[in-house]
Design a protein around this ligand. Structure first.
Ligand SMILES: Cc1cc2nc3c(=O)[nH]c(=O)nc-3n(C[C@H](O)[C@H](O)[C@H](O)COP(=O)(O)O)c2cc1C
Length: 360
């Protein structure tokens, strides 16, 4: 099998081809207005990455329902009021030659109760976390909320969505074998725990048009999910034929499994799965052009880039045009970040969350 170059376009069963194999990873930047509408800063942050050469540009995790809101400044994709900002964003990203996507998110038991406006909901009751278990009808409603958010994004002219099934948010909570002991069809066996994910994907696929690109992000291991189950989730999602792209959120593409001791790297457990027409991406600690090429050599179709794209809005163009490209190092001053179209709220978030990111 020949290994594609980073600048080789990537085609899909639905929606436009990407101009190259580099995707902006979804990055929470807390720049949205209190009502979840896009701000100029968030618009500029994303459009700069489109101008900076990425094939696909994805928003941060955007809440599909107020009950799923997880932090201040989070983008929303749950209300007509969210549509105009997304439409303007979609236009600007397309004009810059990139494919746009919104990441669909529900925080579940990790939602912020103050913002969610009521008690938290999740797959199981947890009085300590003031979380109540969704009823079966409540799960069905959550599925509908993901579907409605995808329809809203499509109506706004966004090319596609990515369902956030990773990192232990609502969908990831359903996948968790340690705690999801529900006795309805959404709990217990792996088939039952994965059901909500497949229903969300089926619902989105049938409610959106043939040119709408549907993706999902999954966790391979962690957040309660053993690697064997993470691999089985990916296998079933790929076998379903429902998605155009699957992004495995590895946090570190070079990593070996943490608990499973049978050897090799985590990436090896996913690139060998039968993927049909679905494109497989990997994300985590890809900092240089050589790192990105290495992922394609292992068998990935595309690569997600997070931190690198904060450091350089044009990380993709640099990686594609400078053979030995390596990014600048941290910390960065607020002025340097501003020059990369990282607005003040994002700078503040980075300085609170990461030691030595921002030189204050
Ligand atoms: C500031 C920041 C915000 C993030 N926000 C999200 C998010 O909204 N959704 C998501 O799925 N992952 C999120 N992630 C994870 C990234 O998408 C990415 O998987 C991770 O940073 C590893 O890739 P990297 O090493 O290239 O940064 C975030 C990471 C960072 C550093």
């Amino acid at each position: 099998m020949s290994i594609p170059a980073l600048n080789e376009p990537l085609t899909f069963a639905h929606g436009p081809a990407w101009r190259n194999r580099l995707a902006l990873a979804p990055l929470t930047n807390t720049q949205s207005n209190p009502d979840g509408t896009l701000t100029a800063d968030e618009h500029n942050w994303l459009v700069a990455r489109a101008r900076g050469g990425f094939g696909q540009v994805m928003t941060a995790a955007a809440y599909v329902a107020p009950a799923g809101r997880a932090w201040e400044g989070q983008l929303g994709v749950s209300d007509d009021a969210h549509r105009p900002g997304l439409a303007k964003l979609a236009d600007a990203i397309a004009e810059a030659g990139a494919v746009s996507a919104v990441q669909l998110h529900h925080g579940g038991r990790r939602a912020e109760a103050n913002l969610a406006g009521s008690v938290r909901v999740g797959p199981w009751d947890d009085p300590e976390k003031q979380t109540i278990a969704l009823s079966t009808a409540g799960v069905e409603q959550a599925v509908e909320e993901f579907v409605a958010a995808a329809v809203l994004a499509e109506e706004a002219g966004v090319h596609g969505i990515q369902v956030h099934g990773a990192h232990g948010y609502l969908l990831g909570q359903f996948l968790d074998p340690r705690s999801n002991h529900r006795t309805d069809r959404y709990g217990g066996s792996l088939t039952n725990r994965l059901r909500i994910v497949l229903e969300v994907l089926e619902g989105i696929r049938s409610a959106t048009g043939p040119d709408f690109q549907v993706g999902i992000r999954l966790t391979p291991e962690g957040y309660g999910i053993p690697l064997t189950e993470g691999r089985e989730h990916a296998r079933q999602v790929l076998a379903s034929g429902l998605v155009d792209h699957l992004d495995m959120s590895l946090w570190d593409v070079f990593m070996e499994p943490r608990r499973d001791t049978s050897g090799g790297r985590i990436i090896d457990r996913f690139v060998d799965l039968e993927r049909g027409n679905t494109r497989l991406g990997v994300t985590g600690k890809v900092m240089t052009a050589a790192d990105a090429r290495w992922c394609l050599e292992q068998g990935a179709d595309y690569v997600g880039v997070g931190l690198g794209a904060i450091l350089h809005h044009d990380w993709a163009t640099r990686a594609l045009t400078q053979d030995g490209f390596t990014p600048r190092s941290l910390p960065m001053t607020p002025a340097e970040l501003a020059a990369e179209h990282v607005g003040p709220a994002f700078v503040d978030y980075l300085s609170k969350g990461w030691d030595d990111f921002v030189a204050l």
